[in-house]
Ligand binder design. Structure first.
Ligand code: KIV
Length: 255
């Protein structure tokens, strides 16, 4: 679907027609513009930029100012794509009012079409406050990397009955609070699939199987240029790292 920028209504229509929604992360102008050229439906300026761009061990150190800079670059690269800004750790944890102020920055300063934040039951009032400010919110449940320390590491969620119930409760809380879409990360495919019958908003996933309304993938993983680690579910569509090393080696040899 290249061309015009899609809206939330288009995503609901795609879901109703059984058309998968495609979503990729991008953090800079080139990947954003190439993703637009390829016809991607949505871009996420994920706080995964902490690892993919800055080389941190996780997403926790990422700041609002870093996110805004990358969102602006992506916006310029993909003016016709629905772009989602990812709220970093600390930007919505201190209260509803801080959450709204920071969400507003994503829209006003960086031209984002929506924001995403992690959590369910515990952040329901934040989602409600941001949605009430007229900003499109996407919830993120299951494995929530910003709280990986509390979860005991980057571990799959929803594998026990108790954990699956928590994922379901979080998903319901996200929808009730006013989120327009749900991202579910690293849960069993059956659980992710069942969420489609539990909530009425589109369910997108990462590491959550194919029985959902769409997928998001980290650009550095599927393009093969982020080498620190690769989750098992990732399919590499290119080996950009190899191409770059080869090209730079040839340049060095030419000089
Ligand atoms: O920051 C990110 O890239 C994410 C992924 C899990 C999609 O939230």
């Amino acid at each position: 679907m290249a061309g015009k920028k899609l809206t939330i209504s288009d995503f609901y229509e795609m879901r109703d027609q059984g058309k998968k929604i495609t979503w990729i992360t991008a953090y800079d102008y080139p990947i954003a513009s190439l993703s637009q050229e390829a016809g991607i439906d949505m871009i996420l300026v994920g706080d995964s930029l902490g690892m993919v761009v800055y080389g941190y061990d996780g997403t926790v150190p990422v700041t609002m100012d870093e996110c805004i800079i990358h969102c602006k670059a992506v916006r310029r690269g993909a003016p016709n794509v629905f772009v989602v800004g990812d709220m970093p750790f600390g930007s919505y944890h201190t209260g509803d009012s801080d959450a709204v102020s920071n969400a507003v920055r994503f829209v006003k300063e960086a031209g984002m079409d929506a924001i995403k934040l992690e959590g369910g039951v515990k952040v329901a009032s934040r989602i409600r406050a941001i949605a009430d400010a007229g900003i499109v919110v996407i919830g993120h449940v299951g494995l929530t990397p910003q709280s990986s320390a509390a979860l005991g590491g980057f571990k799959a969620q929803g594998r026990t009955a108790e954990s699956a119930e928590a994922v379901i409760a979080d998903s319901i809380a996200v929808e009730k609070a006013g989120a327009k879409m749900l991202l579910v990360e690293a849960v069993p495919p059956e659980l992710a699939g069942s969420l489609r019958n539990i909530v009425s908003i589109p369910v997108l996933g990462i590491g959550a199987g194919a029985d959902i309304d769409g997928q998001v993938m980290i650009c550095g993983d599927i393009l093969g240029y982020f080498q620190a680690f690769t989750p098992k579910f990732v399919k590499k569509y290119a080996n950009v790292a190899q191409v770059i090393v080869k090209a730079i080696t040839e340049y060095i040899n030419d000089v």
